[in-house]
Every structure is written in C-alpha cells, then in structure tokens.
Design a protein. Structure first.
Length: 51
C-alpha cells in the first residue's frame, strides 16, 4: 500500500491518495463534478461538510 498526500486546490484540503488493491481518494475537498472526471479512482471518501 502506498499513501500519497496531495493538494487538491480545495478549501483547507488535506487530501490523500491511497494506492492498494483499490485506489482510494480521501478528503478531496474538490468540486464534485471534477471528482467524477478523475481516472482510476475506485473509492472516494469525502469528509468535507460543504458538499
């Protein structure tokens, strides 16, 4: 498993990409339409309350 911190450009976002059997994007803080266009993301865990 590989965990990579990323900056999504969202408001106060601390996002992480977890690469394992499934690819998981945690707490992206991104526009929901942009999330749907991300390739190869199996699971999105969104903890931002403004969505």
């Amino acid at each position: 498993m590989d965990i990579k911190p990323i900056y999504s450009g969202g408001v106060s976002s601390n996002a992480y990409l977890i690469l394992a059997d499934k690819t998981v994007l945690v707490d992206p803080g991104m526009d929901e339409n942009a999330l749907l266009r991300l390739p190869n993301i199996d699971i999105i865990i969104n903890t931002h309350c403004h969505f």
